[in-house]
Ligand binder design. Structure first.
Ligand SMILES: Cc1cc2nc3c(=O)[nH]c(=O)nc-3n(C[C@H](O)[C@H](O)[C@H](O)COP(=O)(O)O)c2cc1C
Length: 178
């Protein structure tokens, strides 16, 4: 798969073949791709917690499934919790001086690396930002000082490829002026 094909193939998969677990080797490759992602000042302000235990996974999945959202998290074959870690000093200073949340940008990029690698390995994935953070912190022993920006669901996809719905190019792109 070339890069263009990979970009087109990646989609938020919300249905998985629940009889087919994600192999450790594939999970490790996704984590490695995430580890190699760029970050402001190379701060790498992240930690990934892969939920291998089905019971814990289901409990965390329940924290994401509410108000009709994210039911697919209940039985996703793999759930990865992304914890925001403290950035290094230079990234922190840069964030303050430039009034930009570099760490949140960083976690978005690392999540994208994870998902693109998953796609390349034939896995489906979905980034999830809607969940009860407090409950997940408690379940996994994550200190209350730490934020959980995202979860990532993964598994072998059981839904067909969808066409991409995106804004038209002229809405999101211009040259030389706004
Ligand atoms: C930061 C972020 C949070 C998201 N949270 C959720 C979520 O809680 N539930 C969900 O079903 N999809 C979630 N998504 C997936 C988006 O809905 C999806 O990326 C978007 O609709 C584009 O579709 P595609 O990923 O299939 O191309 C999230 C995506 C991002 C980047």
């Amino acid at each position: 798969m070339n890069f263009e094909e990979l970009i087109l193939k990646r989609q938020s998969d919300r249905q998985y073949d629940t009889s087919r677990p994600v192999e450790d080797e594939k999970l490790n490759k996704c984590i490695e791709a995430a580890r190699l992602a760029p970050s402001a000042c190379n701060a790498q302000p992240w930690k990934f917690i892969a939920l291998r235990d089905p019971e814990i996974r289901a409990k965390v999945g329940q924290c994401a499934a509410s108000m009709g959202m994210n039911k697919f998290c209940l039985d996703a074959p793999m759930l990865v919790v992304l914890v925001l870690e403290k950035p290094n000093l230079t990234s922190k200073i840069g964030s303050v001086l430039k009034n930009k949340e570099y760490t949140l940008i960083d976690v978005g990029i690392t999540a994208a690396h994870f998902c693109l690698q998953a796609t390349e390995l034939g896995l489906g994935s979905c980034i999830v930002g809607w969940f009860d953070e407090k409950k997940i912190r408690k379940l996994l022993g994550i200190p209350s000082s730490k934020r959980i920006p995202l979860l990532i669901c993964a598994g072998y996809p059981a839904s067909p490829q969808r066409p991409k719905i995106r804004k038209d190019l002229e809405k999101i792109y211009s040259t030389d002026k706004y």
